[in-house]
Design a protein around this ligand. Structure first.
Ligand code: NDP
Ligand code: PMR
Length: 399
């Protein structure tokens, strides 16, 4: 943690082996990469990147990296079957940051009713009010992703509410970079992976049926990912790097007793656990796409909304980090986005017809144009995605 904080102000890093062997990395001063090259590669240019780049990987998620000015084909929209009713979207963790900003952006259109799925009802109510979301445009429902019972209860409550489910956004997350020891969910899973991945895994598996029943023209399941889980980027090479290894810790239940609390079986590291959880989120989205897109027409997507350096995600970080992180992202990496802007981006993935394509990891360039981005090798590994899916099914009691 101290190392991480220090890493903000110093560049004393070792060039990671993987980065050296990665063709997109060039030797230079910081992590063996030229910052400016990566800034270009990671988020400055949307201008259709070269064919060379898009052909680099053949994976479930294509490296198309084209700004989406033209609408993608939405196979889920049979012509003439458009409904006029409001869309109904569940957003987890809508009580702050990206989730709240997205709820606001969608509610303001008047076309969406937002179900804010939050662990702290009062906080969510206050947040919705202070964001100025009109009463008729939102409902708050209790959901604690760190308890599988709570997830099941939420699904029951949601079904009883009689509302349709047109879009599900798995947004909530915790980040515990300063924790010395692991903490655990109600079922005894390490908290970051338990909340960010396993809670959402159960939620989205259970709600898939509900999405499938919706008559809305464009049904979507969105799982928020991040650049920091992708080791094909500069940000993803800041130690500790995401690495799921052979999944032995996950298979052992992440309980820290008879198994490691880390997915790869290693020593607990809160920052790594978060990044690993984001890799699981991105793998899960692709596995959903492979298993269910054809059959259901539901679009499955993930995204990196930009670096929203001001959110509550960093609440557990040391004060020095919280002080320096926003200006660092604004003026040095230029990866900073405001909560409002990030909310608009996620709202596009929820409702924009041009972002209806399934199996995509969306990103935005400096001009805020969306493009299909490329995931790291691990985050697009189909075999790993299947294994994570199968182990997760067992852990949450679905298999
Ligand atoms: P915030 O901390 O502002 O929002 C996280 C939300 O998750 C909060 O509403 C929080 O609730 C909720 N939450 C945490 N634990 C639980 C739980 N057990 N059950 C239900 N809800 C829970 O952070 P961000 O808005 O930044 O994060 C939103 C998403 O964006 C995350 O998936 C994150 O990984 C992703 N992201 C963020 C980036 C950034 O730069 N900030 C960059 C890339 C991705 P409460 O309000 O009660 O604490
Ligand atoms: Mg990172 C291209 C530059 C870039 C971008 C877009 C991010 C995003 N970061 C970049 C570069 C760097 N960061 C560099 C060069 C450093 C070393 C000085 C650095 C450090 C750093 C730290 C210590 N960055 C961080 C941390 C965190 O604790 C944040 C984190 O990993 O949270 C999981 C973080 C982030 N940097 C980002 C983004 C988006 C984050 C946090 C959000 C997330 O993934 O959810």
């Amino acid at each position: 943690m101290a190392l991480q904080a220090a890493s903000l102000v110093s560049s004393g890093f070792v060039v990671p082996k993987e980065a050296k062997s990665n063709a997109s990395f060039k030797d230079s001063s910081l992590f063996g990469v030229s910052l400016s090259d990566h800034l270009k590669a990671d988020f400055s240019s949307s201008a259709p990147r070269s064919k060379r780049e898009s052909n680099q990987r053949v994976g479930a998620v294509r490296a198309q990296t084209m700004a989406t000015a033209s609408p993608a084909v939405n196979r889920a929209v049979p012509e003439g079957k458009k409904t006029l009713r409001k869309g109904s979207v569940v957003i987890t963790g809508a009580s702050s940051g990206l989730g709240l900003a997205t709820a606001k952006a969608l509610a303001e259109t008047g076309k969406w009713h937002v179900i804010m799925a939050c662990r702290d009802f009062l906080k969510a109510e206050r947040a919705a009010k202070s964001a100025g979301i009109a009463k008729e445009n939102y409902t708050i429902m209790h959901l604690d992703l760190a308890s599988l019972d709570s997830v099941r209860q939420f699904v029951d409550n949601f079904r009883r509410s009689g509302r349709p489910l047109d879009v599900l956004v798995c947004n909530a997350a915790v980040y515990l970079p300063t924790a010395k020891d692991p903490t655990f969910t109600a079922e005894g899973f390490e908290l970051s992976v338990g909340t960010n991945h396993l809670g959402h895994f159960l939620l989205s598996r259970l709600l898939l049926d509900d999405l499938n029943k919706s008559d809305y023209p464009s049904k979507r399941l969105i799982i928020v990912g991040s650049i920091t889980g992708n080791t094909n980027t500069l940000a993803g090479n800041v130690p500790p790097k995401a690495n799921l290894g052979d999944l032995r810790g996950l298979a052992g239940g992440l309980n820290g007793l008879n198994s490691s609390s880390m997915i790869d079986g290693g020593e607990f590291d809160g920052a790594k656990a978060y990044k690993d959880s984001k890799v699981c989120n991105m793998l899960t989205m692709q596995e959903f796409h492979r298993r269910f897109h054809e059959e259901t027409g539901i679009a499955f997507a993930s995204l990196y909304p930009g670096c929203i350096a001001t959110t509550g995600l960093f609440r557990e970080h040391i004060p020095l980090f919280r002080l320096l992180f926003p200006p660092f992202q604004k003026y040095i990496t230029k990866g900073f986005v405001s909560e409002d802007e990030a909310g608009k981006r996620l709202a596009q993935v929820v409702s924009d017809p041009s972002l209806a394509k399934s199996g995509v990891y969306w990103s935005w360039n400096k001009a805020s144009a969306s493009f299909e981005n490329q995931l790291s090798q691990e985050a697009s590994d189909a075999d790993k995605a299947r294994k994570v899916w199968e182990i997760s099914e067992k852990l949450v009691g679905l298999a």
